[in-house]
Design a protein around this ligand. Structure first.
Ligand code: HEM
Length: 459
C-alpha cells in the first residue's frame, strides 16, 4: 500500500513473537502447535510465495501466493475440505452445524442460515449491542474501573449480546453456565494432541471419547436454552435469529430439524462470541497503547446518535471501524485457514497431492512484506474510505469464497459499536507497562489478561 495513504505519525509497532530461526521438523513442531503456532514460522514465511514443510509424512503447503489462495478457497474449493484435526476439535461443540458441514448438506444449511444474517437481522445486532453497552456502562455508574480484566469483560459482553440476538432474552441465567462449559472445553480438550494430527477422518482416540462425553453435557445445556426459548413463543415473529432460523425453508419447503437447530445455535454461539471478544480485546489493547488513535475514536463516537440503533450507524464511524479492521489484520483471530486436498491439483506452480494440507494463514498474509507497507505497524488509516483497498486475498480475517464467514457483518457491527461506546464513555489505559504477546492455538489470544483502567471522560 503506498506510503502517501498513511498518515505521517510515528507508528505503534505492537509486540509479536520472534519468528522461528529455522523451519522446525515435525517432532519439534508438535509441542509448538499446542503452545503457540505463531512461533513456528520463520522470517522466510513473511517474504516467500510458497513455503513447503512436510508434516507427519504429508505434504504441507503454506500459500502466500494470492492466485493460489484464490484457487483453493474459490475457484477449486470443491477439492478442499476441512481437516480431520479441525473436525476432531470442533465437532463435539458444534456437531453438524454450518461450519463443519460439507457438500450438499452444507449448501442447504447455508441457504437456511442466510436470512439470519440479512440486513434486517443486522439491525437486531446493532440494537442489542447498543442495549448491551447501556447495561454495561450503567453498571460502571460513572466511577473509574481500576485493574479490571478487560478480556473477561468483553467475553461476557459478547456472550450476552450473542444470547440476546439469538434468543431475545437475557443470558443472565444461562450465560455463566455457557462460559463455564466453553472454558472447560478450552482447557481440557481444545488443544490438539499429536494423535489429533495423525489419525485420519473417522478414527477415534481416547481423547475423542472424552470429548464426546463432554459434548453430551454441552448438547443438553443448549437443549435447555432452546426449550426455555420455545416456552415463550413470539407473538409476531421473527423477533430474533432463533425465529429467523426456525422459519427458514429450503427449496422443498423443509426446515431445520431439532438437532440441526441445536447444532446451528451452538455453532453461532461458539463461532460468534469468542472471536468478536478477542477482536475487541486486541482493538482496546492497541488503543490503550496509541492514545492519538483513541482520541480519534472518542471524537468520532461523540457524534453517534444512540436514538437510531441500526446497522447503518457503523458507516458513521469510519475510523472506529478501521481500528477494528486493523486489529483484525494484526491479530486475525482465525489465524490459519487450513484445508485438506480431496484430490490432486496444481496450485501456485506446486503439484498438490491428495491428502495434502494446504494453508492460507491470515497471520502471515496480513504481515507479508509484498502486500503491506510497514506490515507490523498499527495504521488504522489503511482501512479508511478512500485509501487503496488491500490486495484481494491478502486480507482474509473472515476467509474468502463460498465458505467465507457468514457472521462477518455481525462481528464488524458489534465490535465497532462496542468500541465506540466504550471509548466515548471512558479513557482506556493499561495499569503499568505490559507487554502482551499473541498466542495462536485455536484462536489468537493474549498470553496474559493485563489489568486495564477505565476512567470516565469529562467527569
Ligand atoms: C471477529 C469475529 C469473527 C472472525 C474473525 C471470524 C472468522 C471466520 C473465518 C476466517 C471463517 C472461515 C473459515 C474457513 O474458511 O475455514 C469463518 C467461518 C464462519 N463463521 Fe466466522 N468469524 C467471526 C465472527 C462470526 C460470527 C459473529 C458468527 C455467527 C454469529 C460466525 C459464524 C461463522 C460460521 C457459521 C462460519 C462457517 C461458514 C461456512 O462454512 O459456510 N463468525 N469465520
Amino acid at each position: 500500500m503506498p506510503e502517501a495513504a498513511l498518515q505521517p505519525r510515528p507508528a505503534l509497532v505492537p509486540p509479536r513473537p520472534r519468528p522461528a530461526v529455522a523451519l522446525l521438523p515435525a517432532p519439534l513442531l508438535l509441542p509448538f502447535l499446542r503452545r503457540n503456532v505463531l512461533q513456528t514460522w520463520g522470517e522466510p514465511a513473511y517474504r516467500e510465495r510458497v513455503v513447503q514443510r512436510p508434516f507427519l509424512g504429508r505434504q504441507s503447503v503454506l500459500l502466500n501466493d494470492l492466485g493460489g489462495v484464490r484457487r483453493v478457497l474459490v475457484d477449486n474449493h470443491q477439492n478442499y475440505g476441512r481437516t480431520a484435526t479441525t473436525d476432531r476439535l470442533l465437532r463435539p461443540m458444534i456437531g453438524e452445524g454450518l461450519f463443519l458441514a460439507e457438500g450438499d448438506a452444507w449448501k442447504r444449511q447455508r441457504r437456511l442460515a442466510a436470512p439470519s444474517f440479512a440486513p434486517r437481522a443486522m439491525d437486531i445486532v446493532a440494537a442489542e449491542t447498543m442495549r448491551g453497552m447501556d447495561r454495561l456502562l450503567d453498571g460502571f455508574a460513572g466511577k473509574p474501573q481500576v485493574a479490571i480484566n478487560l478480556l473477561s469483560l468483553v467475553q461476557n459482553l459478547t456472550l450476552d449480546i450473542a444470547g440476546r440476538v439469538l434468543f431475545s432474552q437475557t443470558m443472565a441465567g444461562f450465560g455463566p453456565g455457557l462460559r463455564r462449559l466453553i472454558e472447560s472445553y478450552g482447557r481440557a480438550h481444545a488443544r490438539p494432541t499429536p494423535l489429533d494430527f495423525m489419525l485420519p477422518h473417522g478414527w477415534s482416540s481416547l481423547k475423542d471419547r472424552q470429548r464426546e462425553r463432554f459434548a453430551r453435557t454441552w448438547r443438553d445445556y443448549i437443549d435447555t436454552i432452546i426449550e426455555a426459548r420455545a416456552a415463550t413463543p413470539p407473538a409476531n415473529p421473527p423477533r430474533d435469529l432463533f425465529d429467523t432460523l426456525a422459519l427458514a425453508r429450503d427449496a422443498e419447503g423443509g426446515g431445520l430439524s431439532r438437532e440441526e437447530m441445536r447444532d446451528q445455535i451452538a455453532t453461532f454461539i461458539i463461532a460468534g462470541h469468542e472471536t468478536t471478544a478477542l477482536t475487541l480485546f486486541w482493538s482496546l489493547y492497541l488503543l490503550a497503547l496509541d492514545k492519538d488513535a483513541q482520541a480519534r475514536v472518542a471524537g468520532e463516537a461523540a457524534l453517534l446518535d444512540d436514538a437510531s440503533p441500526e446497522a447503518v450507524l457503523v458507516e458513521r464511524l469510519p475510523f472506529t471501524k478501521a481500528v477494528v479492521q486493523e486489529a483484525l489484520r494484526l491479530y486475525p483471530v482465525a489465524f490459519t485457514i487450513v484445508r485438506e486436498a480431496k484430490g490432486p491439483d496444481e496450485v501456485a506452480g506446486v503439484a498438490i497431492e491428495k491428502g495434502a494440507l494446504v494453508v492460507a494463514a491470515p497471520w502471515i498474509l496480513h504481515r507479508h512484506k509484498a502486500y503491506w507497507e510497514e506490515p507490523h505497524a498499527f495504521r488504522p488509516e489503511r482501512f479508511l474510505p478512500g485509501a487503496p483497498p488491500p490486495e484481494r486475498f491478502a486480507y482474509l480475517p473472515f476467509g474468502a469464497g463460498p465458505r467465507v464467514c457468514i457472521g462477518a457483518q455481525f462481528a464488524l457491527i458489534e465490535a465497532t459499536l462496542v468500541l465506540a461506546r466504550l471509548v466515548r464513555a471512558c479513557d482506556v489505559g493499561l495499569v503499568g507497562r505490559r507487554v502482551v504477546m499473541p498466542v495462536g492455538v485455536v484462536t489468537i489470544y493474549p498470553d496474559k489478561a493485563p489489568p486495564f483502567r477505565l476512567t470516565p471522560r469529562g467527569g
